[in-house]
Design a protein around this ligand. Structure first.
Ligand code: URA
Length: 235
């Protein structure tokens, strides 16, 4: 693919701006300035830098963000900055969107992608990839609450009970709760249904993929081989 087209596809601006970056000697491949917008490169595994910032080529972007508290997942936030403001401009330009939503005060594991089909798949009710939440509660948690969350509780908008796929007390006032669906405020409403209250909520994992050492506010690419852990086909 032509270098100018590569930059354009990765969100570095209009076609004209991308050609301008190359003519201005701001783009390097393997440490060498390439000033020809028509220079042709294979895109598979391709990496380059723009203004000294390294970047990797991905046909479609899938990134993992450690969402801090105080950010909204909405593209049009009302009271707090959007999680989009934590991403570099090329990812915003190419239109990545959060895969589902975390509340403003929830922290942790958030995927974002510009792949419409993938977004649809990951947010579909049929895609039962487990999401793991670390829940801090206002009141002490007892075995009866754990058992009720596992057996299923009824929320106010649906008579069908929702159950935790896994639930264990991790402390006097904390739980690890695994859900395979993603209803609005589901963890908070499930805690309320067993007469407790969520004081802090952190999503630590989705499927077999965890945040690992990713610091709050930081993002990273999801590697092709990690997709399997999200219940997706690899390759
Ligand atoms: N459940 C909630 O109540 N809030 C979240 O942010 C995620 C799950």
């Amino acid at each position: 693919m032509r270098l100018a087209q590569i930059l354009f596809s990765q969100g570095f601006g209009t076609r004209r701006e991308c050609a301008g970056l190359i003519y201005s000697a701001l783009v390097e491949v393997e440490g060498r300035v390439i000033d020809d917008p028509d220079a042709d490169f294979p895109t598979e595994g391709f990496s380059f830098s723009v203004r000294g910032e390294p970047w990797r080529y991905f046909d479609k972007a899938l990134v993992l963000l450690h969402k801090p508290a105080g950010y909204e997942c909405s593209m049009k936030p009302k009271h707090h900055p959007s999680v989009m403001s934590l991403l570099p401009p090329p990812l915003r330009t190419r239109g990545v969107q959060p895969v589902g939503r975390l509340d403003e005060d929830t922290t942790g594991f958030l995927l974002l992608t510009d792949d419409g089909a993938l977004l649809h798949k990951l947010t579909s009710p049929k895609h039962h990839v487990p999401k793991v939440y670390e829940v801090t509660l206002k009141h002490p948690v007892d075995e009866a609450q754990v058992q009720r969350l596992l057996a299923g509780v009824v929320l106010d908008d649906d008579p069908a009970p929702v159950r935790a796929a896994a639930c264990e007390a991790t402390g006097e006032r904390s739980l690890r709760l695994t859900l395979t669906e993603g209803k609005y405020h589901q963890v908070k409403r499930m805690a309320a249904a067993v007469s407790n209250r969520v004081e802090a909520l952190h999503r630590s994992a989705m499927g077999g993929l965890t945040l690992g050492g990713l610091a709050p506010g930081k993002w990273r690419w999801v590697e092709a081989q990690e997709r399997e852990a999200l219940g997706l086909k690899v390759g």
